[in-house]
Design a binder for this molecule. Sequence first.
Ligand code: SF4
Length: 506
Amino acid sequence: MPQSAEKVLDHNELFKQPEYQDLMARKKQFEDCASADKVKEVEAFTKSWEYREINFKREALTVNPAKACQPLGAVLCASGFEGTLPYVHGSQGCVAYFRSHLNRHFKEPSSCVSDSMTEDAAVFGGLNNMIDGLANAHALYKPKMIAVSTTCMAEVIGDDLDGFIKNAKQKGSIPEDFRVPFAHTPSFVGSHITGYDNMLKGVLSNLWAGQERKEGAAINVNGGFDGYCVGNNREIKRLLGLMGVDFTVLSDPSDVFDTPADGEFRMYDGGTKIDDGIAAVNAKATFLLQGFSTAKTGEFIKEKGQEVVAFHNPVGVTATDAFLMEVSRVTGKAIPAELEKERGRLVDAIADSQAYLHGKSFSLFGDPDMVYGLVSFLLEVGAEPKHIVVTNSTKDFETKLGALLEASPFGKEAKIYAGKDLWHMRSLLATEPSDFLIGSSYGKFLERDTGVPLIRIGFPIFDRHHHHRFPIWGYQGGLNVLVKILDKIFDVLDKDPKGTSFDVVR
Ligand code: SF4
């Protein structure tokens, strides 16, 4: 075998070895493949205008949706509370997917348990799984709180989480006063952002139950389903710290998805303290930084009598200005000179690079808040959004993004493709290419297929490391996004075989 402990080959190098090449060539003999010419002919057809029209008439099939399923969001949200074990009532295989998805993105272990419903539970209901599962999870992993969500299987048979959890407590699985917030997260509706929203509302409902609200001076902040939560939450905490604001981050997974390698495994690390979460009912206002993805929680918080201030992924100068000014309005704290300087530096950086940004066209795909924030930034730097594909779109998002595009001279060519998937995006890029594409790692197939260079911003980012450690919010975050975009623009310039700009100085 070509693999050896002396020189370990990664899979890319390993599968180039003659043994594997030979194996793959022989495998083809049994696959009854179409001829190479036929494959080329079909490939060319699928990139034509004729096929684009057929593709956009597609109704009963989704191909590569730019979204994941509800419990994934619920698990991320639950991970952001102190000592909290995400627990999924349903199939074990689903939970393996949530854990691996988060693990591959953050390059960190993702702790989450399942009560492993199988055929008998599908017929008789999953109550026994909940009774045993809560007892085992509590005894083995010693959490301070267990946050329960569901997979499709539990939802199809209609398991009642509230009743099951009460029943499990009566049977002695866990103490009566042990906190078990829950959220039904049926994946056949919504997406990972809906699941996040449902779980955040579920946790706050639990923590705030029976609390009488006495308004204080502090504010709450929540980042929504955010693949950059490690960098972003730290940046938001830094900004609020500089302003001297008293705040609580509601769901803060920045530490649990960035634990140090010092010999100690931390199943739980950091997170919103349970007591702080309870006291958060008294906040003067809650700032939702991804308002489209936390709409239900926003309504719930408003019903409690708090002001809710919603943003949509505040990337860039205008969006950061708006965030800081709203914080200043609500708290009465001034924006310090240090932040004014950071703002000026971002404006300076944008001006330095203006010639390379102006007029470049960008297609985008991703979650509504992510796409809104990035489009806002592109317009700010004079770039032109083109095809905007949002599988988990909402009416509110379409209205607000439409208004944003309408208000800018750079937004005139953009079109929003609500509810469409990445196979639609392929048709769009093949027939009307943009200069660049912005989206998650799944965009790399579009890049290879259509030649439109991919700038990786979104969730998940599996095939590049450590992006999540750097913020995209605040002035510092805006700078990071700017550099990501510019690096790709310069890479493309350098690779242009007919280019006359292979320069050292730009
Ligand atoms: S869509 Fe349903 S079955 Fe598939 S992973 Fe999500 S919860 Fe499980």
